[in-house]
Design a protein. Structure first.
Length: 157
């Protein structure tokens, strides 16, 4: 089973927005560059704000690209759309968590005591979203195959 590219790209962008809005802005646990530029003075806070803004711009571009791909794709609804988006969000968590948190140390989910635990939980959420999303999209494939055999070629679950 192949996950729909449009849904994966949308999920990458939406996953990034959820991360940026919830963890960066609402909880204030980190900024995009807070591992390299701790927000302890005005300059570093500005660098982090610009980093967060560029990150959100990238997320917006991913969402726009996903919408363009979705517009060009055959009908994509229901389980295949939501499953693909969840898998995209999971992929975002895995790539961002491995590269930015563990390899580069750009930031951690939550700096300070137990930061590795937060980073690992972020990765586990990514695995759960990726696997759960793929399974959901796959169940949509089976449903679509059944509907096509039944003569309803327009429905895609």
């Amino acid at each position: 089973m192949r996950l729909p590219t449009a849904a994966l790209v949308l999920g990458l962008g939406v996953g990034g927005f959820i991360d940026g809005i919830v963890i960066h802005q609402i909880l204030g646990w980190h900024h995009m560059l807070s591992g390299w530029y701790p927000p302890t003075d005005e300059h570093n806070l500005h660098v982090n704000m610009v980093g967060d803004g560029l990150f959100h711009l990238l997320c917006l571009l991913l969402v726009i690209a996903g919408i363009v791909l979705l517009n060009r794709a055959p009908r994509l609804t229901g389980r295949r759309l939501w499953g693909g988006m969840a898998a995209g969000w999971g992929t975002f968590n895995l790539v961002e968590g491995l590269v930015n948190h563990l390899v580069l140390g750009v930031h951690h989910v939550r700096h300070g005591p137990h930061e590795l635990h937060y980073d690992l939980a972020f990765l586990l959420l990514g695995v759960a979203l990726l696997v759960g999303g793929a399974l959901l999209a796959r169940s949509g494939d089976h449903r679509s195959d059944h509907l096509r055999r039944a003569g309803d070629v327009d429905s895609e679950g």
